[in-house]
Design a protein around this ligand. Sequence first.
Ligand code: ADP
Length: 451
Amino acid sequence: MVSKVLIANRGEIALRVIRACREMGIASVAVHSTADEQAMHVRLADESVCLGPAPAAKSYLNIAAIVSACEITGADAVHPGYGFLSENAKFADILEAHGITFIGPTADHINLMGDKIAAKAKAIELGIPVVPGSDGEVKNVDEAMAASREMGFPVLVKAASGGGGRGMKIAETEKDLAEAFTTARSEAKAAFGDDAVYIEKYLKKPRHIEIQVACDTHGNSVHLGERDCSLQRRHQKVLEEAPSTVLDEKARADIGEIVTNAMKGMSYRGVGTVEFLFEDGEFYFIEMNTRLQVEHPVTEAITGIDLVREQIRVAAGEKLSFTQDDIELKGHAIECRVNAENPETFIPSPGTLHTYHAPGGLGVRMDSAVFSGYTIPPYYDSLIGKLIVHADDREACLRRLSRALNEFAIDGVETTLPLFDRLLENEDFHAADYDIHWLENFLESTAPKGD
Ligand code: ADP
């Protein structure tokens, strides 16, 4: 087993990992920037090391400083959380070269899945159904046009290195394609330093359904059901739930089997998420994330499994602590991402939380690193925390969510909490009658009218 884990992250996810370590009897090391000296992850870890100044490039993304922090503290493993270096193959490689365990998959698998064109080709090879699209990269407008005509408009131009919904442009008709191609490419170049793009059929009303997998180095590959993450704004998830109301047991078992066989086929190690669009009863692979997801707690709620604990076990060469037969999905769970943002314009609202009181009680989990008097720094993402509610069925879960939202007391910054109150008043949301475009239409139709 590993004995000391350095958490190369901040905020709620750093706390999440510290908690798992503490329960496993493993020591934890927090790293932080000068802006995070007073942060909760620094206070709760057994030890802490300052990496550098506030900008992430000089602290949380500074690989040399993180490796030095491991050497100074004697940490024998690193958990990367999500974001920052969690999908950086070079980081995984450098750690391993220093004899430090990277709590995640191999650098090769991170590399493979980080290139969405290569990932899609691999998915096809492994028998996973994919969104119809170009045969790999399209290098110019002519190639893009030929591929688009073949599959029919509308199409989506997507960045091979894409993430966070960036570098993605729709072309409704032929006349939009040249512009979509050029803007997607330049956005991709600016955001990821890689201008490779490919084309996908643009699905009109799919759900975003992702399958959680966990694999060990003893040949065990297990899925833990799905999460429905269709409620998105600008291709970013806002609220997630599990299970999805549109899958029955057979559909779940079928896709679960396809995915676990594929993971076994590539000897995947650790936890991962295989993301699909789901339309008219069919699954279409879009990408795989080789890390812990923000929304992992909804899966933990309905399975009772601690995914971070399993990540650490697998990284240490142990077996998963469960088999497919042990997995039983119980009840329904919903996660709301509570951001320090204006609930209508979504403009970030950093500042000091004069009051902070989180909801609690049966079936309510709040993953957050903030506290009364805490100042949200402007340098990082605007997540205040994640409210996760769990109950016997979806109806009860919605009632519990409403109760929990009512208990929240946050003062000092604007938050997205009012958005969830508004959602709870909506009939389509109650009926789970939505697709990936639904939330944006809802936001537009309920936005206060300017004059
Ligand atoms: P990223 O890595 O930037 O998050 P993804 O490929 O995971 O990009 O897609 C993010 C979101 O964009 C999806 O959840 C979905 O809402 C939308 N999307 C992606 N591909 C398509 C497609 N072919 N048709 C329609 N929507 C898509």
